[in-house]
Every structure is written in structure tokens, then in C-alpha cells.
Design a protein around this ligand. Structure first.
Ligand code: SF4
Length: 315
């Protein structure tokens, strides 16, 4: 009879699987071909471990890295230039830190973007955030949102009690049934989970959208004038909406901590899908991937905006 030592037991418990939607493997940063680089317009914080690493770099570029970080504020961050570009982004859209010091030199945020993580009872899940144009392209062109693959192990602590997976399975099962009209599938989800964007009328949603914060103020006018819970788009675009809603559910409902938390996150997901439909209906000449990227950047990546929308589903 073999004896398992207590430490070994605890190691087994701590080693959880890391899962991702099948399309995750298709992602590669398109770097210099990216039209909306994440290295422009964002303040990039530098984590403590990377700060330590940077203080020890002996390569001549190490001093350039150290000089490029503002350490005077609460969280050290790269000082962007007058055009809001990361100081290490060269004129060809490539990262000078990678060119000089290799990929391992990247700080946490740069290494991880556009990935996000959620904990579940079965392990950790990783996804791609839609504010990245290449991620948006992959998400909106893949029907494999309901197929998950194991991509490794994680020994990070997972502290979850609520099991969101059964609800997500039900949502995906309704959402992916293309024998049913898309609008009917949405109505089934609203009924089954007791959540509807019609909790507010279109005028009230437009008012709320007008009051949010925006990275680009021109989006305020667009979002707040086009929103409709009853937006209609051609069938070919409906498939993209279906995939987008699957993404919003994957990203926002998976971390839910209770039934009511799940309902609120589902409300946010449904609202984002309706706004995307409204943007696509209003401006069909712009690729829906671009509408999705902008929506994600303005709403999903702003905790304040996300919270303001979620509040409307708090009942
Ligand atoms: S937005 Fe996406 S594709 Fe563009 S530079 Fe950033 S990670 Fe790469």
C-alpha cells in the first residue's frame, strides 16, 4: 500500500487546470500590423516584480527602461509621449523592449494583454479581451465558443464557491441553436434567466450612455443616439452578435458569485450585445469587428461604466 505524504496531497489539491475557448490558440499579437495598438492611449502600470527586474538590467537599454517609468505616483507606470504612445513603441509599431531585451523583459500587463482570467470550481479559465482588434476578429469569426481546451496547469489559489458552469451551459445551448431564429433565442434567454434589456426603455438607456465616461468623446454621441433594444441586423451579422454575446457571457458571467450576481452580469452581457447590434445597424459600412472593439474599449475596460450599466440590473 502506498502512503501519500500530506504535502503531496496538498500539491495535488493546489494544481488546477487552465482552460480556454478553442479559438484562444489562434491568437498572435499582430504588432506592427495593428491599427489600434494597445501601446497607444493607455497608461501601462509596471508591477513590483518587473520593477525589481528592471533595476537589475545591465544591458545599455536598461537605463532607457528605468528612465521611462514614472515612480512618483502610487503605481509606477510608463510615461507616454505627447502622442500618448508607450515610450518603447517604435515608428514601425514594434516594441523596443522586446527588440533589445527579449519578450521576457515585458511587465505583467504587456505580457498578459489582451488576456483575462476567471476562477471556476473546475479550475482557471483564460480568454481574449475584445478591445484588441485581433482578438475581436478571432472572437467574432469563431463558432467554437462552446468548445474548451486544457492549455496547462495553474498553482494559483482558486477561491470559488458558486458554480456558474451549469448556467453557462444552458445559455450556450440556447444561444448556439441555429434552428431557432436569433431574436427568438434572445427572447428565450431573457425569459429563462429573468433578464431583459427592456428593463429600461431606449430613451433611458440612451441617457445613461450619454452620462458615461469615454476615452474618445465622439463615442458618447454615437452610443447615446443609436441604442435600441430592438436593433435589427442582417442574418450574416447575427452570427457575429451570437459569438459576441457568447464572449460577453464567458467574460462576465463566469466570475459570478451567486445566482443574482450571474443575472446582473448576464444583464450587462445582453446590454452590450444590444448596443453592438445598434452600432452595426446604424453604421453597416463599418466592419462589426471595429464596432465590437470600440464598445469593449469604452464599456468593458472601464470599471465605472461597467458598474453603471450593471446597476440597472440590480433588482
Ligand atoms: S491591440 Fe492586440 S494585436 Fe494590437 S498590439 Fe495590442 S495585443 Fe497586439
Amino acid at each position: 500500500m502506498s502512503i501519500i505524504q500530506p504535502k503531496y496531497i496538498s500539491d495535488i489539491r493546489n494544481m488546477m487546470k487552465l482552460y480556454a475557448p478553442e479559438y484562444y490558440r489562434d491568437f498572435v499579437c499582430i504588432a506592427d500590423k495593428c491599427r489600434h495598438s494597445c501601446c497607444i492611449g493607455w497608461e501601462i502600470d509596471v508591477d513590483p516584480l518587473s520593477m525589481e527586474k528592471y533595476s537589475a538590467i545591465t544591458h545599455p537599454y536598461g537605463q532607457t527602461v528605468r528612465d521611462s517609468i514614472d515612480t512618483g505616483s502610487d503605481t509606477p507606470h510608463f510615461i507616454t509621449d505627447d502622442d500618448d504612445r508607450c515610450p518603447h513603441l517604435d515608428s514601425h509599431g514594434l516594441c523596443r523592449m522586446i527588440l533589445n531585451l527579449g519578450e521576457d523583459s515585458l511587465c505583467n500587463i504587456c505580457r498578459e494583454h489582451p488576456r483575462f482570467y476567471n476562477d471556476t470550481l473546475r479550475g482557471k479559465e483564460v480568454g481574449l479581451g475584445m478591445s484588441c482588434e485581433e482578438a475581436a476578429r478571432i472572437i467574432l469569426s469563431s463558432d467554437k465558443y462552446n468548445t474548451f481546451i486544457e492549455i496547462g496547469d495553474t498553482d494559483e489559489e482558486i477561491d470559488v464557491e458558486y458554480d456558474c458552469i451549469p448556467a453557462r451551459k444552458q445559455l450556450y445551448s440556447i444561444l448556439s441553436d441555429r434552428n431557432i431564429k436569433y431574436s427568438d433565442r434572445l427572447a428565450m434567454i431573457y425569459r429563462r434567466f429573468g433578464v431583459s434589456p427592456e428593463i429600461l426603455d431606449d430613451d433611458a438607456w440612451q441617457q445613461l450612455l450619454g452620462d458615461l465616461e469615454y476615452l474618445d468623446d465622439s463615442h458618447r454621441d454615437i452610443f447615446s443616439s443609436v441604442y435600441s433594444s430592438h436593433a435589427h441586423v442582417p442574418e450574416s451579422i447575427e452570427k457575429c452578435l451570437e459569438r459576441a454575446l457568447a464572449y460577453f457571457i464567458y467574460r462576465h458571467c463566469t466570475g459570478a458569485e451567486s445566482d443574482s450576481d450571474l443575472r446582473i452580469s448576464l444583464g450587462f452581457s445582453i446590454f452590450c450585445e444590444r448596443l453592438l447590434a445598434s452600432l452595426a445597424e446604424n453604421d453597416p459600412s463599418t466592419d462589426i469587428t471595429e464596432h465590437a472593439r470600440v464598445l469593449s474599449e469604452e464599456l468593458e475596460y472601464s470599471p465605472d461604466n461597467t458598474e453603471a450599466i450593471k446597476l440597472e440590473f440590480l433588482f
